[in-house]
Design a protein around this ligand. Structure first.
Ligand code: SF4
Length: 283
């Protein structure tokens, strides 16, 4: 059985940068707390915790020292509290998320009500909403917008959503409210990295007979990647670790494709590939 990797898989530049910044701090300056998991991947979190990074869910749990903001970013009130309490900050906010936050902030400041295409409970979206300082809301369903807040509306997106879906959302909202709106501004704040992984798994599906998606089950981006993989019609197995692979899944399969979510470390992918090669009799 041949094992083939997707052309684009695993850590995106934003996550790679965040992990590198935390590792560098641990190596040079010592322990720190991270506000939420720096990556939604148990292996990475375990390894960073071994090196001295403690995950906290709330700033109140940090008494002193250094706190790291994750690649998803945070609202202005978090930065304000860190400064007020004299904590040291390692800000790993991804530059692409930072750009979306800046858009949310300036559009709200210009007097627009900011509608975010995204999941309101997602940490990145919670941060974006905070940057609107109460002048925004988030939803994935245009029908959920039951009334308008004023007649000037701005639309932006959670970075990990698809560009086409974002524009479809914009079109649906504008169509629904075209008689009430005076001004509309829509800014594509999606990140191309997510789409590149989806396209790569679709391309890979044309060359293989089964797909393995590696990554945490609590990683939204990996779950979505597995969903996209399933839409190709191939048998798709979402696993976290190599030990979960079952020989029966690959009976009669001569080529298997492997991909991984944006929060999956390279080491986990390599283990899965090595395990599959052993299963398939390759050396
Ligand atoms: S998916 Fe894109 S926006 Fe999100 S962390 Fe990675 S590079 Fe940044």
């Amino acid at each position: 059985m041949k094992v083939e990797l997707a052309e684009v898989y695993g850590f995106c530049p934003g996550v790679r940068r965040a992990v590198a910044m935390v590792e560098e701090h641990l190596r040079v300056k010592g322990p720190l707390s991270t506000l939420g998991a720096i990556v939604h991947n148990a292996q990475v979190v375990e390894e960073l915790s071994r090196l001295g990074a403690q995950v906290v869910e709330d700033l109140s749990a940090v008494r002193e020292g250094t706190v790291a903001i994750t690649a998803h970013g945070a609202g202005p009130e978090v930065f304000e509290e860190i400064a007020r309490r004299g904590l040291h900050l390692v800000d790993t906010t991804c530059p692409i998320v930072r750009r979306a936050q800046e858009a949310a902030r300036s559009l709200a400041q210009e007097g627009f009500f900011v509608l975010i295409y995204g999941e309101e409970t997602h940490p990145e979206v919670r941060g974006l909403l905070s940057w609107t300082r109460g002048q925004g809301r988030a939803t994935l369903d245009p029908a959920e917008l039951a009334k308008l807040e004023g007649d000037r509306l701005a639309l932006i997106s959670q970075t990990t959503k698809g560009r086409a879906e974002f524009w479809a959302f914009v079109a649906a909202v504008v169509e629904r409210w075209k008689h009430e709106l005076r001004e509309v501004r829509a800014l594509d704040t999606t990140c191309p990295e997510t789409g590149r992984r989806y396209q790569a798994v679709r391309d890979l599906a044309r060359r293989v007979e089964a797909l393995v998606v590696v990554g945490s089950r609590n990683s939204a981006n990996t779950r979505k990647l597995a969903e996209v993989a399933r839409t190709t019609g191939l048998p798709t197995f979402h696993i976290e670790r190599a030990e979960e692979l079952q020989p029966a899944w690959f009976q009669g399969v001569s080529r298997v494709g492997v991909t991984a979510g944006a929060s999956t470390p390279e080491a986990a992918v390599r283990e899965v590939v090595a395990h599959l090669r052993r299963l398939g009799g390759e050396r």
